[in-house]
Design a protein around this ligand. Structure first.
Ligand SMILES: *[C@@H]1O[C@H](CO)[C@@H](O)[C@H](O)[C@H]1NC(C)=O
Ligand SMILES: *[C@@H]1O[C@H](CO)[C@@H](O)[C@H](O)[C@H]1NC(C)=O
Ligand SMILES: *[C@@H]1O[C@H](CO)[C@@H](O)[C@H](O)[C@H]1NC(C)=O
Ligand SMILES: *[C@@H]1O[C@H](CO)[C@@H](O)[C@H](O)[C@H]1NC(C)=O
Ligand SMILES: *[C@@H]1O[C@H](CO)[C@@H](O)[C@H](O)[C@H]1NC(C)=O
Ligand SMILES: *[C@@H]1O[C@H](CO)[C@@H](O)[C@H](O)[C@H]1NC(C)=O
Ligand SMILES: [Zn+2]
Length: 719
């Protein structure tokens, strides 16, 4: 999965249809500056590499990535259904010199049996939705035998016929606004557009409001201007094919991830299972295309209200009236087959000379469709070459200082299942040894770099970008050009949820998620549809797999530095800044949340928290200064001691009781926003308490975080 966002049109590349011209002069032109402005940055080009960096960078072969991209995207590999693909992956990693094997769990999944959706108009005429995409010329997997129809993973089986109501993006606030406008939703089917909250959150909101089913559609208003400009739909051009459907999970991942029946424990055979997991929806749902959404929405025109909410209206030719319309109903049928079935992670290991420190690098392998050329197999294909690059390095006799674990996760799409079960399985070892988790999900669906991470990884990520060649420039040049206007975070986003870093974060392990994405004028990414295919990748995005190569080189070099630099390359200064940003958000919320600001500020006196964050910032700065000195770095005992401290710093924010109502989410630093599912919420404890106007609870969390910050400061205080 993964949250999707488009880079703004301002940096868009003015190319026609399928033409790609990356990554040189356009970057500069797009933001209205000349190329020499950018080259004026004093970074050497080509980059200067150490011997090991050179081996890693130069062992990538884009033709090999192409071969494996084709392999991964021509067979059913929905979670738990393709053991041979896991075995082939392990075999290839072993051949590349990385000792690899399958790690199996037995998990609850469900698979589609039969699905249908019929619109019943008041005059008796009917329209049946097409729950699979059109077969298109040239794209072989769109017509493959055994193509997987559209459905929602973990959806509830059921059959309902009822009037229906359009509810925008299905955010909690959309429901509240509908209620305030007097729209009756109870007993009706919700029609909701994609975008905004995670789809499982949309379904949960509908259920909480007494609705009996949910239909989620793709709205072309969320694409770029391709269609408006008259550009042809795929396969003839970059616009969205009107039959594309977004499959995906409807589990409530903001509550917990992994096998729904085994929260907090690994799904080994014989494990105790919940019979009625709270993260599974209680009402059926289906995804549909924009083409089938149109008559459904048009039938509501003139009935109910058009709410003035962000994103309520979209790009279809309809008024986006809420309805209901008398006598206009949907018949939704969703039959799923339950299974408790094996899934297979592939785990490859290079032992470090120091067994106490570990870097984990992962990507999921399963997809909702036979393709999955971007999500996730752009990453999977690239991983073949990452393991080869490390195999080449091992041949020279090199051994990393830290353990490196390569992971190919299964069942990510259902609820980050493979990675969560593995983290739960190895929790004590990870608590003892994990330094960082690096994730790629959609490695490539465009040419623009994007990354989210915990702040301590910002510095090393940026310096590694300077070592990676991207066309006639470095990857950092591309990054700098995009994000130079965001000095507060240097362009790095925050991690919420939606991919395999989630469980790691909740065990106090910092993480980074990286991928190359599209701008709004690039070919539209038809996420989780049959058009996320090898043919689409070849003709629209990365014909020669050079963008894949760049992404892989970045990840290989980042892994290398995290695993082999004598001092763990954490950016403690960025961490201090990030924590201060989180504190600032809490303090501003106390002014706005609960009526009388001075009363709130007295009740939740944040003075100590602010002081603790300031103190951490200065400690973190000192730590960076002391540890960067030549004498310090030459002293192995001091370096080992500093590493032990760094390893523990994020763990200080773990709270074993977890967030209120969400015991799985234990990281006081951040969690997925409870009303969104994808987006991050920093310092969720006090923030949620303030949102709930529970001032005593906000104060308790304030004390917890003050204490955590003080412990982190004590850890990083070198004497
Ligand atoms: C597993 O995936 C491979 C590679 O795409 C494919 O050749 C094979 O048919 C798939 N196996 C099953 C059981 O679908
Ligand atoms: C019913 O109404 C729809 C939409 O206005 C129209 O397309 C259809 O032809 C009508 N069917 C009958 C049987 O009148
Ligand atoms: C939009 O729909 C209206 C009627 O619902 C129709 O008259 C109009 O031609 C449509 N416009 C387009 C661009 O299809
Ligand atoms: C790594 O070390 C562990 C523990 O010492 C050992 O069991 C394992 O065989 C080693 N693996 C490799 C690939 O060397
Ligand atoms: C908060 O507490 C500090 C002492 O820790 C005190 O000086 C300050 O006046 C208090 N602020 C408010 C708004 O009560
Ligand atoms: C977790 O945080 C809560 C604050 O809401 C606190 O009461 C509790 O003591 C914390 N637990 C631990 C183990 O620190
Ligand atoms: Zn994915």
């Amino acid at each position: 999965m993964k949250e999707l966002f488009l880079l703004i049109a301002a940096i868009a590349v003015p190319t026609s249809a399928c033409e790609r011209d990356l990554p040189d002069a356009h970057w500069a032109k797009a933001v209205g500056r000349e190329l020499q402005d950018i080259q004026a940055r004093a970074e050497p080009f080509p980059p200067v590499w150490s011997k090991n960096e050179e081996i890693l960078h130069t062992s990538f072969d884009k033709a090999e990535i192409d071969t494996w991209a084709s392999y991964y995207t021509h067979g059913d590999h929905i979670a738990g259904r393709n053991k041979s693909m896991a075995e082939e992956t392990a075999k290839k990693w072993n051949a590349n010199g990385i000792s690899s094997s399958l790690v199996e769990y037995e998990v609850y999944l469900n698979y589609p049996e039969s699905q249908s959706l019929v619109l019943n108009l008041a005059n008796g005429s009917k329209h049946e939705a097409q729950l699979i995409e059109d077969v298109v010329a040239g794209d072989e997997t769109t017509g493959a035998a055994g193509s997987i129809p559209a459905f929602h993973g973990y959806s509830k089986s059921g059959e309902v016929t009822a009037e229906y109501v359009y509810l925008g993006r299905g955010h909690k606030d959309d429901f509240n606004a509908a209620k305030a406008a007097g729209i009756s939703v109870e007993g009706k089917i919700a029609v909701i557009k994609y975008g905004g909250p995670f789809r499982g959150t949309k379904v949960k909101n509908a259920e909480a409001n007494g609705m009996v089913g949910v239909v989620i559609f793709t709205d072309p208003g969320d694409d770029g201007p391709q269609e408006a400009k008259g550009q042809a739909p795929y396969p003839d051009g970059p616009a969205r094919h009107p039959s594309s459907i977004q499959r995906g999970s409807v589990a409530d991942i903001a509550h917990y991830t992994g096998d729904p029946t085994t929260p907090g424990r690994a799904s080994k055979p014989g494990v105790e299972r919940e019979t009625n997991p709270s993260v599974l929806p209680g009402i059926p749902s289906l995804p549909i295309s924009q083409r089938d959404a149109l008559p459904i929405l048009q039938a509501l025109d003139g009935h109910g209200s058009v709410l003035k909410r962000d994103g309520w209206r979209g790009g279809l030719n309809t008024t986006y009236s809420s309805g209901p319309a008398p006598g206009v109903a949907l018949s939704l049928s969703n039959k799923m087959t339950d299974a408790t079935t094996p899934i297979w992670n592939v785990i490859g290991i290079i032992n470090g000379t120091n067994a106490d420190e570990t870097i984990i690098v992962g990507n999921h392998r399963d997809a909702w469709i036979i393709g999955g050329a971007a999500d996730p197999n752009s990453g999977t294909a690239m991983f073949i070459e990452i393991t080869k690059a490390f195999g080449e390095l091992l041949k020279t006799g090199w051994k990393p200082k830290r353990n490196i674990v390569f992971a190919s996760w299964d069942a990510e799409e259902y609820a980050l299942v493979g990675s969560t079960e593995w983290v739960e399985d190895f929790a004590p070892w990870l608590a003892d040894t994990a330094i960082s988790y690096l994730n790629v999900d959609i490695a490539v669906n465009g040419g623009y770099p994007g990354a989210s991470c915990t702040p301590e990884l910002r510095g090393i990520a940026q310096s590694v970008m300077k070592k990676v060649i991207y066309g006639q420039r470095t990857l950092y040049d591309a990054w700098y050009d995009l994000y130079r206007f965001r000095p507060t975070d240097n362009g790095f986003g925050l991690l919420g949820s939606g991919s395999d870093y989630t469980a790691f974060l909740q065990y106090g392990i910092g993480a980074l998620d990286f991928g190359m994405g599209p701008s709004s004028t690039d070919p539209v990414y038809m996420y989780h549809s049959n058009y996320d295919s090898y043919h689409w990748m070849k003709t629209m995005v990365d014909p020669d797999f050079s963008i894949h190569t760049t992404a892989g080189q970045f990840l290989a070099l980042l892994t290398y530095h995290l695993a082999d630099d004598a001092l763990i390359p954490y950016d403690t200064v960025a961490l201090g800044k990030g924590l201060m940003d989180s504190v600032t958000q809490v303090t501003s919320l106390t002014i706005n949340c609960c009526g009388d600001a001075s009363r709130t500020q007295k009740a939740v006196n944040l003075t100590q928290l602010v002081d603790a964050a300031h103190n951490f910032q200065s400690v973190a700065q000192n730590f960076a200064t002391i540890t960067s000195a030549r004498d310090f770095q030459a002293d192995d005992t001091k370096v080992q001691d500093a590493n032990k401290r760094l390893k523990q710093v994020l763990r200080q924010f773990l709270n074993q009781t977890g967030l209120d109502g969400r015991p799985f989410y234990r990281n006081g630093m951040q969690a997925p926003n409870r009303d969104d599912g994808y987006k991050a919420q920093t310092f969720p404890g006090p923030v949620e308490a303030l949102q709930d106007k529970d001032l005593p609870r906000a104060k308790e969390w304030d004390l917890f975080l003050t204490d955590a910050l003080n412990k982190a400061s004590a850890l990083l205080t070198l004497t």
